[in-house]
Ligand binder design. Structure first.
Ligand SMILES: Nc1ncnc2c1ncn2[C@@H]1O[C@H](COP(=O)(O)OP(=O)(O)OP(=O)(O)O)[C@@H](O)[C@H]1O
Length: 271
């Protein structure tokens, strides 16, 4: 990848080269154009938000990034290479992990076991050696377990590591989902409405953890969020979508003062 001029955010943070480059993406569902010729990039180490009214195409965009949908037109570039159409598990192996708008955890399993499932992409030994519990499989299991325990500590969920997820309050379930995504050691972490349905205190906790993950692990984060206070506080840069088109792209201040964005989305109520 060519070195590019570093991008310095208004609060003085320097963010790196382009990690993900979406070029002229168009996605159709039959006659519906969910994404219309959108281009934007995600730079190494930044927190990038995608915002817009309901039905604007945000989830569709996240699904293109995660490989769940393959666009009819346009190119997806990741770490300096054009990504061919792929299945989500192949995209996960490239280092892209995600959380979902509606929590997708195994309710009957413990927190620890749920977070361990996020580690599956890193398990290298085959079924055969695992079945025979050969040395290599054992070493790998120990290392993966250690990695997962560190994440559990980091997100302060040690006290509930043995608790079945189904018994946890909503805010903690969201944190477990974040832990599971982090267990995959992603280069790019996608968060689909991480604050949806949370109370003020839970939102504050989640915001802090998102910032800590970005700081401590240097993980690049792209998120969809409707809470504008949270978006403006957390993000380095924001893409704004409306009816499948991109209508704004820039720092939180630039986006906040963009007339088209104000008319389509922010209005008065969100100020
Ligand atoms: N699987 C699908 N099949 C057909 N149409 C779809 C599909 N997924 C999304 N759409 C349509 O694409 C458009 C964009 O939807 P999308 O869910 O991406 O928007 P969004 O911005 O994420 O909305 P929200 O904020 O409500 O989650 C909508 O018109 C939606 O009805």
């Amino acid at each position: 990848m060519n070195a590019q001029a570093p991008f310095v955010t208004p609060d003085g943070r320097t963010i790196g080269d382009v990690l993900m480059d979406m070029r002229n993406i168009t996605l159709r569902f039959g006659g519906v154009e969910a994404i219309k010729d959108i281009s934007f990039d995600i730079r190494e180490g930044e927190i990038r938000a995608i915002i817009g009214p309901n039905g604007a195409g945000k989830s569709s965009m996240l699904n293109v990034i995660s490989g769940f949908y393959n666009p009819q037109e346009g190119e997806v570039w990741f770490r300096g290479a054009k990504r061919p159409p792929m299945k989500p598990y192949q995209v996960a192996r490239l280092g892209i992990a995600r959380t979902f708008q509606n929590i997708a955890l195994f309710e009957g399993m413990s927190v620890l076991d749920n977070v361990m499932t996020g580690r599956l992409t890193h398990m290298k030994t085959g079924m055969f050696s695992q079945a025979l519990w050969m040395g290599k499989a054992e070493r790998e299991e120990v290392q993966n377990r250690e990695f997962v325990e560190n994440i559990i500590d980091f997100l302060e969920i040690q006290a509930i590591r043995k608790t079945p997820v189904g018994r946890l309050p909503y805010g903690l379930k969201k944190r477990v989902e974040l832990a599971r995504a982090l267990a995959a050691e992603p280069k790019l972490l996608l968060l689909d409405e991480p604050m949806a349905g949370m109370n003020v205190e839970e939102k504050e906790d989640m915001s802090r953890f998102i910032l800590d993950v970005n700081d401590e692990f240097g993980t690049t984060i792209a998120l969809i969020e409707h809470d504008m206070g949270v978006v403006m506080d957390l993000s380095d840069r924001v893409v704004v979508m409306d009816y499948g088109r991109k209508i704004g792209d820039g720092t939180p201040d630039e986006v906040r003062n963009n007339e088209q964005v104000i008319d389509a989305y922010l209005g008065v109520a969100h100020d």
